[in-house]
Design a protein around this ligand. Structure first.
Ligand code: SF4
Length: 85
């Protein structure tokens, strides 16, 4: 194997290794803006007790109406808030 091919394989492997990191950390800025999302609760209203919240494996989660966003805080809030029954 010549050095340039080896280098290309290393870069390719590195790129593949970074995909899960990029895929796991994403914000849907368009929805955040239009729904006035913020990382703090509104009184006792927070994502943690909203029907749309999808808990993640870590501290942050997702929201059913924010496609692709994986950084929704359980302590967050937006105008689409709907209390869990
Ligand atoms: S709809 Fe709004 S308040 Fe409810 S989980 Fe999604 S971002 Fe949080």
């Amino acid at each position: 194997m010549n050095p340039s091919r080896r280098t290309m394989l290393k870069i390719g492997g590195l790129s593949l290794a970074m995909i899960p990191i990029v895929a796991l950390a994403a914000k849907n800025d368009g929805m955040r803006t239009s729904m006035k999302y913020k990382d703090t609760p509104e009184g006792d209203k927070s994502c943690a007790n909203c029907v749309q919240f999808v808990p993640g494996s870590g501290a942050l989660g997702g929201c059913k109406i924010f496609p692709g966003d994986t950084e929704i805080s359980p302590k967050g809030y937006c105008v689409a808030y709907a209390k869990k029954p």
